[in-house]
Design a protein around this ligand. Sequence first.
Ligand code: UTP
Length: 288
Amino acid sequence: MSNHLHKIIFPTAGMGTRFLPTTKATPKEMLTIVDKPLIQYGVEEALAAGMDEVVMVTGRGKRSIEDHFDISAELENSLNASGKTELYEIVSHISRMVEVAYIRQKQPLGLGHAVLCAAPWVRDECFGVSLADELILSKGKNAMEQLRAVHEQTGASVIGLACVPDNEVNRYGIVKAHDEDGFLRLDDMVEKPQTELAPSNMAMIGRYIFTPRLFEILKTTKPGKGNEIQLTDAMCQLAKEEPVYGVLIEGERFDAGNPYGFLLANATLGLQHPKYGKLLRQALRNIL
Ligand code: UTP
């Protein structure tokens, strides 16, 4: 049993090709959903789940992520001096909510490689991985808390899943699973299978908890699909060596790493927003 789960990796070094040209000079993790960047939603979710040691794996052009979580003395002083207390609180809270470490992935060699870059920082502990462009809104426990609950019962690796329509399985890592004592034990995973070859319609949705064994496996994982070191390939091997469980995440999920998912996330959270919700609803009615 492992209750010691503090560390979480945010891989943010990808190229964001699905969101070009925006992502040419702006990290997709800094895209805004209503009034906050995606990465802040991800960090807040992790903190609420008790993961309070954060590492971001970054690459070139990702400076704004570091600046977002850093203290901006000039801005804070100016807000303070002009009596903008509410804004001061918002801004100073971001830089003080968590210590963030940054590790550079020198080349985008794949998600598996990005996770491996953080191995010296995690060392011999279980750890979380979160892909911030997958935004998950849950009414009860957040996505990471749902994973953590299963990890605390099993001490094993746990993967966040969602059922997707058959015609979308070719966009995701899809798992093969069976029931084991009330848990969903994963037997296999395939990256972006054709619909006919997919072992199920349960897709991995960017939330993971791993035992440190994953790092040993990643060290010897050869480049796979797209010539990238695939996290999915390493997970297949992990599932052969030790139990890996899946959790069907309760919540509404948005793939905000592409323009359509991003628009849906903004519309949904915008309509729920205490300040803008009513106005937006009226404006949308007028447009329609
Ligand atoms: P994606 O598959 O979404 O790739 O990566 P991407 O490059 O960011 O975006 P598209 O598909 O080209 O539009 C999943 C996660 O892994 C990170 C990304 O930043 C994203 O959070 N990643 C991917 C890395 O950190 N390094 C890599 O080499 C690849």
